[in-house]
Design a protein around this ligand. Sequence first.
Ligand code: A3P
Length: 896
Amino acid sequence: MPLVCRPWRLWHRATRFIIGSRKASWRRYILLAAFVVILIIIYLLIESYPRSIMRKVVADLSVAVLVRNHPPESVFRCGGDGGGKVRGPTGNATFHPHLPPPRSPENKLRDDPKVLVFTETQYSKTGKDIANILVANRINYKTEVLGRSLPGLTNLSRGKYGAVIFENFDRYLQLDPWNRELLDKYLKDYSVGMVGFMPVREDTRVGTKMKGLPLYIHTNMALKNVSLNSDNPLLHLTRAGGTIVGPVLNSDWTTFTIEDPTYIPIEWAYPSLTDFSEERQNTVVLDQGQLDGIPRVLFGANLEFWLHRLLFLDALSYLSLGRIPLALDRYILVDIDDIFVARKGIRMTTDDVMALLESQRRLQEMVPGWRFNLGFSGKYYQRGYPEENDGDKMLLDHVEDFWWFGHMWGHTQPHELTQDELEIQMQLNKEFAINHDIPTDSGYSIAPHHSGVYPVHEPLYTAWKKVWNVRVTSSEEYPHLYPARLRRGFIHRNIMVLPRLTCGLFTHTVFIDKYPGGRKVLDDSIHGGELFQSIVYNPISIYMTHLSNYGNDRLALYTFESVVKFVKCWTNLKLQTVPPLQLAEQYFHRFPDEADPIWGNPCADHRHMQIWAKEKSCDQLPKFLVIGPQKTGTTALYTFLAMHPAILANYPSPETFEEVQFFNGKNYYKGIDWYMKFFPVPANSSAKFLFEKSATYFEGDVVPRRVRALLPAAKLVITIISPSKRAYSWYHHMRAHSDHTALLYSFHQVITASDTAPRAVRSLRNKCLVPGMYARHIERWLNHFPSSQINIIDGEELRSDPVYVMNDLQRFLGIQPFYNYTEHLRFDKRKGFFCQVVGEDRTKCLGRGKGRIYPSMNESDVKYLKEFYQPYNIALEKLLTKLDYPVPSWLEEDLQ
Ligand code: A3P
């Protein structure tokens, strides 16, 4: 039997089946040729015929592809005033502008007060929902699992919390008298209110009296037809949009019967087993605090129900007297990222373009300034079926009706391109724009797949600035795609990066009946779900959509018209659209703290790895850092470490006295590509342990957080000597560097300088004194790193017995092979310090700047500093003991 490949054998059998003979091989060849010709004809037909004809052909053949159903229409109608009088910005009755309750804040809260959340456990569902909503709304909070004692509520007589939440309101009612009194007093003194959620109960209670409150509760209620009482002072963000017809999610709601006129129902519903005529049940109530001075909002069910999420935000604002602010302005911008990029058959026709323009006009009536923002890759223009190509042309006929931004010419991912390639690609796209009268001055652009935006590919930023003068971009990837509520913005090299939100539409979401999970998933997202909430929670929302979402079933038009109507129905939010540049300015005006980026570790996120240049590797980042502080022997430590064959120090930086000083200063803004240049590419180095020493990292406020984000597994080495001695050494260091202030002022004048002293003196004073507050700084590092990653070295021991210290350090760092420092370090009598052995009787010591000779400190200064550092030294002693370190002899002396 001849050796024939499998397809051929199949063909052989098939033709034999049709022809019925083994021998008629010439007929077999004719059949094969005819089959190939038919395939070519079908292909040519598909390519050349208008889509409508092909669609008919395809439909006739019952091949389910290009068939378009009737696009869904947004038919949502707002239910009106919810049974009471309502007026929001678009309504027509009385709008309550969130009247403050009759309280006045006598005692002051801290600026930007937090919310205190008492949760059942760290993992409880409602507790997590509460935390997620607070994070999404950028409200600071602290969670506390209720124990025997309450957390500290004040700091230097200022209140820490603007509202208190009980995930389970029963826990508040069951507080022991001492804690209850303490908490109530705080709430009254600082005019702070409380939100409470009724727990789900095993038993069914009918009309049980609530302890100490004029309320009766009914539990395990199955309810339907929820609506809001529009006549109450709580509604600010929330608008009484009508009745939510149908049963509620769970049948375990608690309802309230009110026994006092100062309690106001906020939300109500009807028992689901009866009809509308049955007595309505209060499901959320407001206690205005007139009976005991503590206002409360009580929820009869948790936050799974979307309307409760709105009321929850309103409650926090109301109960904190607006000190937890709740702005109503919402900016919303929709990008159509790839206006010419989609395969044939799912692109836009002229009908689709007309529909887009119509929808834009309707949206403009609801959202002032609404315009779709179209991103183009010119290479794909006119790449559809003839009627789709007409759609492309029609878009350009209406060029002035939209905003435009340049994408990449060929939709290539920037991280795969070099600087030159990027510029060429952008230039091509720009020429396309100029040739087609597309505006090129929006200052906005985005990158395919977010590539190059984050993690940053510097050539992209350079090319954007050079070719397009880009000032704004947007990405879903910073700091990570998920969870979406944590996405934030940042500014890099003067380009503002906005967090981009997902609306649930992707290139492949084309037909409503093929929507992942079914149409209900999309509708739920619009009607109170994820999409709706993203507008509520984010003052500035920029959404990504694609060409395919505007052809076919035009899902984007349906989605945005529907969600805007829903937002206007159920909230008092003021929606508007502005161009990207204004949007970004608004964003960073509102969230100035976000301007500073926090560079994360690309290797910790597989999506980031996919859009990080192939030649980059996290092995080019240090494994450990010597973080200081200055003048404690860090240079000696650095030099001794660098002697080790398995350890490699950073290349010296000419700018910052050899230290890289990345995490603490302006260098951080140069990005991680800049930082990585200080370390060898792994392929070119056999050293396994890269490290750097920057002695100013120790006391930098932002440094631990930054290091944690980029080098979460890094080990950290700290050296400490007597803080007084350190201060004095620093002062002489500055004099040796001819620092004008240090030469002009005595040590005594510097360390005793008051806050009214000249700025330069205060600055020198701080640099002398602040790093020596060791405990404070070490605690800050411990907030970000476990103690197992931190090694604290006694600098005096390093000086007197470096071999012992280096051996210990090798063990801590887990470095192999073990390096025998005994043979490589020797005490040099002339220098008075240990130095590196470089020959039989030759040593290489540190330069003149290390181990300086200067007069001893005055007794009075010694005394002054001893007193100054006493509280910090006490804390240090406690901390070292807690961390299992021996107390250095200098510390014992300082504390005597
Ligand atoms: P002085 O110059 O005041 O004596 P840093 O490198 O962190 O700036 O610290 C400098 C200090 O390191 C010096 O301060 C010196 O006391 C100390 N030191 C410890 N071991 C040393 C060594 N082997 N050679 C030189 N200086 C050393």
